[in-house]
Design a protein around this ligand. Structure first.
Ligand code: SAH
Length: 214
């Protein structure tokens, strides 16, 4: 419980439930995680509004409803191991960590990664492991992953991420041009890759070997 508990209840009732978020684990994780700490002091009062916010290094934290839609689409289970590409503020990783056994998160900017790591320690979210690297290459040491979430938009689904997805695994990733992307749900069923489009989104660039040029 903190001062923002009520703001989070309203966020859930006014932004998430009307957008079709019904997964009780997603709703309870987003009720629990103090989003205002992840957006930083100057933005604190706007933390629970339904819009993206700047987090430094030219990057943004997604609006709550997009975080919820992506998390719900992953159909997570308590025993799952999840890979996130694009740690950013750390908010999405924090939400995942309340639902799953283990979260691995990769970020290319050390400034953002260090801030996120401090928050994970402060909040005692000990099941999040992070590294600074090009996330389009995945994290082979800990593969396969039951779920993968990419929180930056690229031109294609990076092949290493498909390879590192477990059988029966789910991945959500924005794919498109640098203006607009389709949020795709990629599933590996009997060794076959199935792709479905969920909604249109607008993310910052996925920059890397299997993304846009930096
Ligand atoms: N999930 C974040 C959203 C951050 S925005 C949050 O909850 O706040 C997307 C992030 O992806 C940015 O921080 C950007 O630096 C990072 N990113 C872009 N390309 C990347 C890559 N190839 N590997 C790792 N991180 C990447």
């Amino acid at each position: 419980m903190d001062l923002y508990d009520y703001a989070r209840s309203r966020m859930i009732e006014e932004q998430l439930v009307p957008r079709g978020i019904v997964d009780a684990r997603v709703l309870s994780a987003m009720q629990e995680v103090p989003r205002h700490l992840f957006v930083g002091e100057p933005m604190c009062s706007r933390a629970y509004g339904d819009f993206p916010l700047p987090i430094g290094a030219g990057q943004t934290i997604s609006q709550p409803s997009v975080v919820a839609i992506m998390t719900q689409a992953l159909a997570l289970r308590a025993e799952d191991s999840v890979l996130e590409i694009g740690t950013g503020s750390g908010y999405q990783a924090a939400v995942l960590s309340r639902i799953c056994r283990q979260v691995y998160s990769v970020e290319r900017f050390s400034l953002l990664l260090n801030q996120a790591r401090q928050l994970f320690t402060q909040l005692r979210y000990f099941n999040i492991r992070t590294k600074m690297a090009d996330g389009t290459l995945g994290w082979p040491e800990y593969a396969p992953f039951d779920a993968i979430i990419v929180t930056a938009g690229g031109p294609v689904v990076p092949q290493p991420l498909i390879d590192q997805l477990a059988e029966g695994g789910r991945m959500v990733i924005p794919v498109g041009d640098q203006e607009e992307q389709e949020l795709q749900l990629v599933e590996k069923v009997n060794g076959e890759v199935q792709v479905r489009s969920l909604t249109s989104v607008r993310f910052v660039d996925l920059v890397g070997a299997h993304g846009w040029c930096g």
